[in-house]
Design a protein around this ligand. Sequence first.
Ligand SMILES: Cc1cc2nc3c(=O)[nH]c(=O)nc-3n(C[C@H](O)[C@H](O)[C@H](O)COP(=O)(O)OP(=O)(O)OC[C@H]3O[C@@H](n4cnc5c(N)ncnc54)[C@H](O)[C@@H]3O)c2cc1C
Length: 505
Amino acid sequence: MDKATDFDIVIVGCGPTGATLANLLAQHEVSVLILEREQTIYNLPRAVHFDDETMRVFQSVGIADELEKRTRVNPGMRFVDESGNLLLDWPRPEGIGPHAWHTSYRLHQPDLEELLREQLARHEPCTVKLGHELVTLEQFVSHVNVGYKDVNTKEDFNCTAQYVVGCDGANSTVRSSVNTETEDLGFKERWLVVDVLLNADMPELGDHTIQYCSASQAMTYCRNPGLRRRWEMALPDSLSDERAIDDGHLWTLLSRWITPDQALIERKAIYTFRSELARQWRRGRLFIAGDAAHLTPPFMGQGMCAGIRDASNLAWKLSMSVNSKAKQSRQDAHFDSDSLLDSYEHERRPHVREYIKTAIKLGSLINSLDRQTVESIASGDSSSNVRMSSIAPRLGSSALSDFAGAESSVVGTLFSQPVLSNGTKLDDTVGYQAFSVTRTSSKSVLVEGGDGAVIEISDDDRNRLSQVLDEMQVQSIFVRPDRYILSAISDEQQITKLDWSALVN
Ligand SMILES: Cc1cc2nc3c(=O)[nH]c(=O)nc-3n(C[C@H](O)[C@H](O)[C@H](O)COP(=O)(O)OP(=O)(O)OC[C@H]3O[C@@H](n4cnc5c(N)ncnc54)[C@H](O)[C@@H]3O)c2cc1C
């Protein structure tokens, strides 16, 4: 069949967001070109943490089991004052959580990016061009013209795509073409980040992440996988970059914990941590995702996680739009393609905003700017220590909120993932598609895929899912491919069969 465009989607940037998006799209037979300026994976210190929701997306991508082997379960984060007294505790449960994974993992970001790229290579509809940089974007009614060049030979190329997604990081070129302003949420600080490789394990350093709240020297310690450990330090304005990053200065700062004969400095960098949110994430056929759309201070370890959520949210919407155009349009469809694609920004922007706001709050607790925050939180508890727990905001409202049954409080939240009685996780049994869970009798449920096929599970598992429906006080739910609940029906009379193919025309 002749295709109207060379590729369905062009993704700019093969960082965690772009590589995850491409992997998800390729599973829906969407043809993808990824342009990545660099030849090798970025190797300065960045993400060291991700959560269970993010792991569930990696499960859909097909790399979760391999990734888990390269991670370490994180027992939690503790905030201490200059004398080492505990101010705030953010413990993470030791066991498997409601999403069938641990709630918090430590990682080495290049390990993840390597696995994502290996997985990409297994998908035929995906072309990855490393060492190729986006140069121009021209948007037309029916397609986008993409101009790019080989960064070594300087040779120019052109192709056409139905949609372009800018996963091209903080200094995004695609964001310029979306022509959006950026909302500054008010955090801007210069920090030094040092990754070390210990010569041998040093259990005395501890397994928790420690935030050293201090007026004179705010710091973070992270216990990363294997022999990797990280320290992050706020930099005073008076200290130059050159002096701050000097090994002699670093070892002086680290001397409280380790000495040069115990470890090697593996990587070091100075960053300005910022809190920014693009006001517009889509213009016609152009989208932005990941750091191109939002930046957060890293105190919650959620910047990359937010980009992975963007990819998971956008992938099924783009693939439905692309695939619905290839088919006859349905008169009985619930949404048009534009409303579905607009829902990406409407759902994701308020969601990530909650994470950025919380990270800023933690930042003001850690650094010297706002000691009052420490005091106000600490005084709220008679034991003088305060516990915090992870946040799980609902998706923002969008056209999808008008879907039948969307008024229930569980809609827009992530559906849990039980481990089934045969040891497999529910998402693996269902596959990367939408599904419904519907009560058929007082004790039993029927699970059906978006393709209409019944998904066979044991009686025990049916009972288990029946309890889940009970807990949510509903009779039936539709779960989207990103595992968020689209619709929940509490009145037995109103239960309808899931016809996923009629969602979009
Ligand atoms: C110190 C630090 C600690 C962090 N800790 C955590 C953490 O613990 N947990 C967490 O979730 N997040 C963390 N983050 C954030 C996380 O690293 C980023 O959010 C994540 O890397 C963003 O991924 P991305 O794919 O959106 O962008 P990037 O990883 O920046 O990828 C963008 C890609 O686009 C390419 N590109 C750019 N322009 C072009 C162009 N014109 N043409 C072709 N290619 C282009 C770039 O080369 C790059 O490879 C941390 C960040 C820092 C700095």
